[in-house]
Design a protein around this ligand. Structure first.
Ligand code: HEM
Length: 517
């Protein structure tokens, strides 16, 4: 009995000592970690580092971020302010929000900061992309791509976009059960970008196959830079190689017919580069195409889904769109009714919307802007500090990552008369003083700003306006689930269940001015 109790005590004693040692070691590691980051401040600057915590040794605050999701940033913003430091995914990061701070970052591109993407994204998208270009090469590349998004080019895309969107909404109405809107929007965005923007000839089966391959590429863009079997990067490389193989054939075909073909984005890129004295290689073309698909894909699909969701939650906005369409004589999509009793998705009616007509639909424009304010698809952008500079009284040391936050900036903008968390499209109307155009445009940045602002902004807005019009005058929709889904913000804003809805065709109005809700 006695020796047993003695050995028990000695085991407990040893365990206690081990625990104590481990605790001391952890404290020491924590102390050294904090000290390391304190010492890494730029001593040539008298300014302090921003407030915030660098978390645990090695992991930083990555685990906290993964567990807490979007509340991670809001809780720290409340505690430390609009410029705070943290340590995520192996790097020191300074998170920045608020119009004035974001303005400094966005207008400081190439001078104070440069855009920063993970190594895996560079490997998968290639070196001939906007994303990896910096300084003069970046400006030249933007110039080549600018033609693709000129007003003349957009005029050319709009009728075909309208036809495709009309067909899509009609097919949702003809579906026998619920439609998973986010998944449908992703497939739709890929089709629009590949067929209409890039003019690729794809039948339904090929298109669906390429969309899946493309999704595999995009899903692995942010992975560890390890090219080993079953790794994310390996899967991404396989997807990229399949896409490039298909594109090589498509490019060869297109290059043969380039004079005769309509001026789609593909041809515009080639012509524009030639005019600027540069003949693009097939590799450059392939990478540009994949980059444009990537930039358009998740963003537009996310915004389209948010539009459908927010309209469903705000029937008053649907009624106002219907009134605006009636005033403009646009309330009838076409004379045929989609659904089981009517013709299929291909109704054959002529498109009736152009950029000029969309420009007159002021309320629709406000709705689209409000959707992008409330649920911005891109939550922010990463930069690297090129030199130490001042921001809001703090030093941003050279080499640190800087993340400007679109979501936080929208959420905290104090320029609006109605609360920022509410859905109020009229905050963007010309009649309201709180329109961001008059109070500082960096309060409203769904498309970023400065030298790296979104090239596809007008195109994306046109797609969303067309979708809003086609939806409201063709369908009524309701939840197929018992409650609205929660929203997930990583990698991009979307409903957790994909948003399952039932769509019903609206009966064509008996007279020109009759409205249907
Ligand atoms: C609702 C849809 C969209 C949203 C919310 C959006 C948002 C953004 C944002 C925030 C940036 C800047 C990122 C940064 O600062 O690092 C950006 C860049 C870019 N976007 Fe978009 N985008 C959308 C659709 C599109 C479309 C349809 C295209 C083209 C087909 C496109 C092409 C680009 C390109 C090429 C860039 C990179 C510009 C550069 O680095 O110079 N975007 N987008």
């Amino acid at each position: 009995m006695f020796p047993w109790g003695l050995s028990c005590l000695s085991v407990l004693g040893a365990a206690g000592t081990a625990l104590l040692c481990a605790g001391l070691l952890l404290c020491l590691a924590q102390y050294l970690w904090t000290l390391r980051w304190k010492l890494s401040r730029d001593r040539t600057s008298a300014l302090p580092l921003p407030k915030g915590s660098m978390g645990w040794p090695f992991f930083g605050e990555t685990l906290h971020w993964l567990v807490q999701g979007s509340s991670f940033h809001s809780s720290r913003r409340e505690r430390y302010g609009t410029v705070f430091k943290t340590h995520l995914l192996g790097r020191p990061v300074i998170r920045v929000s608020g119009a004035e701070n974001v303005r400094t970052i966005l207008l400081g591109e190439h001078r104070l900061v440069r855009s920063q993407w993970p190594k895996s994204a560079h490997i998968l998208l290639g070196s001939h992309t906007l994303l990896s270009a910096f300084g003069e090469p970046h400006r030249r590349r933007r110039k080549v791509l600018a033609r693709v998004f000129s007003r003349t080019a957009l005029e050319h895309y709009v009728p075909r976009l309208q036809e495709a969107l009309r067909r899509e909404v009609r097919s949702w109405c003809s579906a026998r059960g619920p439609v998973a809107v986010y998944q449908a929007a992703k497939a739709l965005t890929f089709r629009l970008a590949a067929r209409i923007l890039l003019g690729l000839r794809l039948d339904e089966v090929r298109c669906a196959e390429l969309a899946r391959t493309f999704e595999q590429l995009v899903e692995n863009l942010f992975s560890l830079p390890l090219d080993v079997p079953f790794s994310g990067l390996r899967k991404g490389i396989q997807a990229r190689d399949q896409l490039h193989k298909y594109l090589e054939e498509a490019i060869a075909e297109k290059l043969q017919k380039i004079q005769a073909e309509p001026r789609d984005a593909f041809n515009l890129i080639i012509h524009s580069a030639r005019e600027l004295g540069h003949e693009l290689s097939v590799q450059e073309l392939k990478e540009s195409v994949v980059e444009l698909l990537f930039a358009a894909f998740f963003t537009t699909a996310s915004a389209s889904t948010s539009l459908v969701l927010l309209l469903l939650q705000n029937p008053a906005a649907i009624a106002k769109i219907q009134q605006e369409l009636a005033v403009q004589g646009l309330e009838r999509a076409c004379t045929c009714t989609p659904g089981a009793s009517g013709p299929g998705p291909d109704c054959g009616c002529e498109p009736d919307l152009s950029l000029a007509v969309l420009g007159r639909l002021r309320y629709v424009d406000c709705v689209v802007k409000e959707v992008l304010r409330l649920l911005p698809p891109v939550s922010g952008g990463y930069r690297t500090a090129l030199r130490t500079f001042e921001l809001d009284g703090y030093q941003i040391p050279k080499g640190w990552s800087v993340m400007y936050s679109i979501r936080d900036t929208h959420e905290t903008a104090a320029v609006y008369r109605s609360p920022p968390e509410g859905f109020d499209p009229e905050r963007f109307s010309a009649a309201r003083e709180d329109a961001p155009g008059t109070s500082g445009r960096f309060h409203y940045i769904p498309f970023g700003g400065g030298a790296r602002s979104c090239l596809g902004q007008e195109l994306a807005q046109a797609v969303l306006q067309l979708l809003a019009v086609e939806l409201v005058r063709t369908a009524r929709w309701e939840l197929a689930t018992s409650a609205f889904p929660a929203m997930q913000t990583v990698p991009i804003v979307h409903p957790v269940d994909g948003l399952r809805l039932l769509f019903h065709p609206l009966a064509p109005p008996a007279s020109g001015n009759e409205l249907h809700l």
